[in-house]
Design a protein around this ligand. Structure first.
Ligand code: SF4
Ligand code: SF4
Ligand code: FES
Length: 243
């Protein structure tokens, strides 16, 4: 089985065809199996991330045929093309900068405003949102996230255009950031002021982009459209128009 692995070094892209050697008859390997074998054999300095190998940590996300996939859980087939996530800047090979997303929420999660009654039960939707593994697959196709980059994606930015600094956190949001804010709103330990602040942050991050958007897709099956976007839009009401 041959796959194409697209790597990035010093700003240059190159594609390598790698022939995977099945470990047993009929094996259908995950993308991560292919990358690990390639690194152990033909491409010893191939850079990629993984952690748990069990769809828990979310750091192994790559694109397969242009769609984000969690590498430790995505089976690959002959002819597949493995590339770094198109939605974030590439550091090297298949490794992307993830910090711009996490930093976006710095100062937006109201520390110290929550109460301290740990006996209050959280609603079911809160628990549904805790399933997020921070894989960032949901950035794919998000017009709000695309506002961060001239041209729509880091890979499509015009030459010479300065990219936003991930170290400062991206100015425009994405499904993951909205999920975190909605989870905060559902958290029984969050005060009314904290809930209001979380909604204001969602609006500030560009919630208006969600109006009429067909919705986002989660890598692990969280109902982002129903449990995050629809809830935030309903709560924001005419705040969107006033933005
Ligand atoms: S619904 Fe909102 S968060 Fe989801 S993809 Fe569309 S713009 Fe992005
Ligand atoms: S919401 Fe889903 S796709 Fe987005 S980061 Fe969390 S687990 Fe990944
Ligand atoms: S290695 Fe942790 S989710 Fe894939």
């Amino acid at each position: 089985m041959k796959v194409e692995i697209v790597t990035h070094r010093d700003g240059a892209e190159s594609a390598v065809e790698y022939e995977y050697r099945p470990r047993h008859e009929g094996e259908r390997p995950m993308a991560l199996d292919v990358l690990l074998q390639a690194q152990a054999t033909a491409l010893p300095d191939l850079a990629f991330r993984y952690g748990c190998r069990a769809r828990n940590c979310g750091v192994c996300t790559i694109d397969v045929n242009g769609r984000p996939r969690i590498a430790c859980r995505a089976r690959v087939r002959d002819g597949d093309r493995i590339t770094p996530m198109a939605t974030l800047p590439v550091l090297g090979d298949l490794v992307v900068r993830r910090d711009g997303i996490a930093r976006q929420l710095r100062g937006r999660l109201p520390a110290g405003e929550a109460g301290n009654d740990l006996n209050v039960a959280a609603p079911d939707d809160y628990h549904a949102l805790t399933a997020c593994i921070e894989c960032y697959a949901c950035l794919h196709g998000c017009p709000m996230h695309a506002r961060n980059f001239a041209g729509g994606l880091p890979a499509d930015m015009p030459a010479g255009e300065p990219p936003p600094d991930p170290a400062a956190g991206y100015p425009w949001g994405n499904p993951f950031s909205l999920l975190k804010l909605q989870r905060l709103r559902l958290d029984p330990l969050t005060t009314a002021a904290g809930r209001d602040a979380a909604l204001a942050h969602a609006v500030d991050l560009g919630l208006d982009a969600c109006v009429g958007c067909p919705g986002c897709k989660c890598g692990v099956g969280i109902d982002l459209k129903g449990k995050v976007i629809a809830e935030l839009l309903a709560a924001a009401g005419d705040r969107l128009a006033k933005r």
